[in-house]
Design a protein around this ligand. Structure first.
Ligand SMILES: [Zn+2]
Length: 142
């Protein structure tokens, strides 16, 4: 038996429930058999956090942290927009493309961006090729 702390996202009721196993929990959830016993909503899910303490100060801290995070995300997204507008996306070929621009001086190319491993970046650096690492937020909006 396993005990989960569940929470209804409609009425915010938190309650404990026992399940035979975590697999059983997932099964019930998939079949929408997890129902809030106050408002009958099926938007019931495990809370990942430890039992919540209702403490205004804590909540305030959390919300200001969230705001900070949202602001950072916004900044990153505006960077991303700039990069998407001005750079060419080369995906996994980043290291290859970076080299071809570096070694073929005649090749006029706008900047590129893409994915590279730490090893790639290190090798590029050794070859004197400048790269910048940027934090990236996956775009779920489109
Ligand atoms: Zn509810």
């Amino acid at each position: 038996m396993i005990k989960y702390k569940l929470e209804c996202s409609d009425c915010e009721l938190a309650f404990d429930s026992w399940f035979a196993s975590s697999a059983e929990f997932e099964k019930l959830k998939k079949k929408r058999l997890l129902v809030c016993h106050i408002c009958n909503s099926t938007k019931v899910d495990k809370t990942l956090m430890a039992p919540r303490v209702m403490n205004n100060k804590e909540d305030f801290k959390k919300s200001s942290q969230l705001k900070k995070y949202e602001n950072i995300k916004k900044t990153i997204k505006s960077y991303q927009k700039f990069i998407k507008d001005n750079f060419k996306y080369v995906g996994e070929n980043f290291a290859y493309e970076a080299r071809s621009i570096h070694y073929d001086q005649k090749k006029k190319s706008k900047g590129i961006y893409g994915k590279a491993s730490k090893k790639d970046l290190l090798e590029l650096k050794e070859e004197g090729i400048d790269t910048q690492m940027l934090p990236w937020v996956e775009d779920n909006d489109n």
